[in-house]
Structures are given as C-alpha cells and as structure tokens.
Design a protein. Sequence first.
Length: 588
Amino acid sequence: MKSLRELIEEAVTEALVAVVGPEGAEIDPLVRPTPDPQFGDYQSNVAMGLAKRLRRKPAEIAADLVAALHLDAVCEPPEIAGPGFINFRIRPAYLSEVLGRLQADPRVGVPLAEQPERTIVDFSSPNLAKEMHVGHLRSTIIGDAIARVLEFQGQDVLRLNHVGDWGTQFGMLIQHVRETQPDVLQHPERFRIDDLESFYREAKQRFDNDPAFADAARRAVVDLQSGEEVANRLWQTFCAESLRHAHEIYDRLDIRLIDRGESFYNPMLPEVVEEFLARGLAVEAEGAVCIFLEGFKNREGGPLPVIIRKSDGGYNYDTTDLAGIKHRVQVEQARRIIYVTDIRQRQHFDMVFAAARAIGWVPEGTKLEHVGFGMVLGPDRRPFKTREGGTIKLKELLDEAEARAAGVVEAQDERRRELSPEQKAEIARAVGLGAVKYFDLSHNLASDYVFDWETMLALDGNTAPYMLYAYARIRSIGRRAGVDLDALPSDVPLIIEHPSEVALAKELVQFPTVIQQVAVDLRPHLLTEYLYGLSRAFSTFYDRERGVRVIDAEPEGVRLSRLRLAEMTARVLKLGLGLLGINVVEQM
Ligand code: ARG
C-alpha cells in the first residue's frame, strides 16, 4: 500500500508533467509533512523552485498545478498559501476508508515481501570467555529489533551471533588451567568451570604480571591453533560455558540467535589471503599482507591498509570478516548483510566492505550495511561501570530492572489491590525488561546515552511503562464497555469527524509506512517515536475535554466506531512493541 505522502507525490508529479511537459517527471515534487497542522497535513514547495526556470510567478505555477491535480478522493481541494506553497489536507472520508482496510488486515497494512530477501543480521556477537556485560546490551537489543521488523516483512532472515571465540585470550585461559588443575591434562573431560568471570580475571592478572606465564600463554595459543588435543578440549569447554551463559540472557530477553563464531571461518582464512595476493589486490609489507584501498587514510594522512595477515603469520578480525562476507554471499546467498556494533567499528566495516567489493565477491545490488550505535554511559557521563569501577554484568542489570519494576508495579497496585502476586510478577518482568529495551531503542542510534533507571521506569513520557500502560488502559476500555474488542463487528463504518478522531486516524494509517522506513533505514527509534505519538493521539481522543466519549458514546454506531479505533490502536501498539521485542500485558 502506498503511503499518503507517496500518493500526493505521485499526483504532484503527474500535475508537473501536465504543466511543464515530460521533463516534469524528473522534478522532485518536494512534498513534506507541514510544519504546522493549521496548514493541513502535507505541503509541496515545488512551485518556488520552478519560478526561475519557467519565468513565472510561483503562485501562478502553483495555481496551474492545483488545476491539474487529481487528488479528490484523498484530499480536500488543495490550497495555495504564501508565495506559492500548495497545502494538502487529507479527507476524513479517505482516512476512514483506509482505516477500514487496515483494520480488516491482520498485518495492519504491512505488505508481505513478495520475494523474501535472504538477509543476515550479525548482532550481539560478544567475545567469549567472559560473561555478557552492559557493553553487549545495545547490539543485542537493536539487532533483535531489526531482525524482527525484517522477519515481519517476510524477509528470509538469518540471525548470526559472530562470537569472538578465537584469539589470544584463550591461550591465557588454557595456560591457567594447565597450571592450576594439572590433572585435567590427563583427563580433559573432567574440566569444569563454575565461575567464568573470576577464572578470567585470575588468568588475566597473571598474564599481565608474570612474563613467564605470558610466554607460556602465547605458546598455548600455538598449541590451540595447531590442533593439540587437550588445548582444544579446554577451548571447547570455555566456549560452551560462555555460550551457555549468553543464551541464558538471550532466552530471558526472548531473543533467538544462531552461534557461528569467528573460529567457524578459520579454515577459509589462508584462501582469503591467497586470493587477494593472486589478484594483485594485496601486497606484502614488512612481513605482513596488506590491502591498500583508495580513500582510507590514517590520522597523519598516510595510507591505511587492511592487514589480512600479520607479520607473525597470524590472521585477525579483518581477515575473518572478509572470509565471513565471502561465505555469507556465496554459500548463504545473502543479498543484504547487516552488522550491528558499536559505532567505533565503522571504519573497520567500511574498509572490509570496500575490500570485499574490490575483489568482486559482492554482486551488484547486494547490500552490506553497518548499524553503528553510541555508548551506554553512567551518571558521570563516562562508560557505565559499577560503583567500584567494575563491569556491569548483563544478568545483574536485568535482575535490577525487574526488581525496580516490581517496585513500580507494587506502588501502582497499592491503591487498587487488584492484582495477584503472579500477575504482579509477570507485569514486573514485562515492564523491567521492556524498560531496558525501550529506553535503548528510543535513542538516536549514534548518540551515547546515560543509563538512568528513574527515566526509563517513569510512568510518564516516552518510556516502556507509559506505552505498556497505554496499551493496558485501552484493553480495559473493552472490559468496561462490556464488549470483546477483538470481536467487534467489522462492517460498521468508521466515523472520522472530531479533530481528535482525525488526528488518531492519521497516526494509525502511518503504521505501514513507518515499518517500511525502519526496514530501509534500520533505525528502530523511528518506531518508538511513532508509537509514542500514536499513544498520545489516543490519550487526546480519549480525554474528557479534548476528545470524545467512547464507552458511553451515542448512538450505537458512533460508539462502535470509536471502540474500533481503540481496538486498532491497541493492536498497533502491541504489534509495534512486539517488533521491538517488548511484550505487552493486558492489565497493569
Ligand atoms: N566480537 C566483536 C566485538 O565484541 C563484534 C563482532 C561483530 N561482528 C562482526 N562480524 N565483526 O566487538
């Protein structure tokens, strides 16, 4: 379905062809939402730009365009304002017709992809051997929301957890086991680890302070790489254990991910280097193999290569990502690959993408995209840490979110005392996890944000508790009106007359457009903004003074129409929040 804006753009383009001739089709019709609702809903400024070219007054051009416009079904007769703006106001009857169609559609107008696009979303992807911490929050939440939106569109999505399961940190851990649990060398199957985090800390401590240990740890990396059995057994145990931890978090957040770590690509790395060398795209420099790409410079303005083999013969993060692209395009047949990481990795991805394109692995039309996000900061506006300066484990953060949410729910229920302990626990879970997700997603991707419990758990403002509350409140309207909102007759016409009805209807019809935009731009905050705007439009509609009567509206046709608007608002909120990975509750 076309958006309102697209409909108007097309009509203006047609009018341009009628007024200026065939080249009118090439002119941007410059249709934008109006800055002020007093001027209608959309505005075109195209006449101003044409004045010079046509040597006529903009107002005259605008008048000709208006005369040539065919938009009667969609808009009130367009008005010309100021020097030559054309203002468009959507007709309520049109809104009612579109809404009726959307309401009858379980997908609320979001088209199902005719040809699903094979899409990989590479997200979360923590480095293993430590538990997940707050630094992994954003990639996990944002990547999941993006995957959900694309899945809803019907794309063929592969959610990959590109975990860092290879590298020097494992040498350190293996060496630490060898020294502290020597019997494991004979019986590697006996190796158990109960506290990954403290084990990692001890090993790291020794690695940093004891040169002999550090040397031995480096040799352990070589053992691991050359396939030595015990080293490999230990490595596997470490990976399995940290993935187990990670999946506890994913399950709790209701996130699915397929683990396919860096080590998966190990067998492909030598070939990557050979191919780049053979094609003359990489050169040996000081023992290392480097790809020099046009346009990438270091801080001093010198060339900045992608190093794909280090001078010690080892491969690195870049080599693995190149092998990953090749595999994802050629074997997985991906047509769109999305990487969700910290924005500081932007240059890494720009370079790796450019290298992969230069060697011809990426067919025309296949998209490689990096979604870069800002940092989570503490109240001191520095990277978020515990009071003692330690890393904040995700598990603890989520525990705290649920505990704090339980406090909020308890305080709400204090007055009414109508919820059972089980209900309160379920609500606290939805609110706590929802608050963390929503707060993260509602920020502009690239900005850093301060992690602030008070704000994210506030019942007012652009927060999860507010949104969940808005949803639950609408559902309660059905209960109070004594109707089943999900079974309202669908053949009663929607009456869109009162300004608050018009405003709500305009929000509702935008849902498919917003989803489409998120799928293209990969910016989930467009969806939080939209949902917030929608719930505010609903508040006004339902407000005693500014809105209309709903539960007790008369006559029955009007009451049913308004209840249908309520039902649809609830449905869009639930669907939209669901696409952000947030579960609603029926009561709050
Ligand atoms: N493990 C990396 C990190 O923690 C993120 C990996 C992202 N994905 C990728 N294909 N490079 O920074």
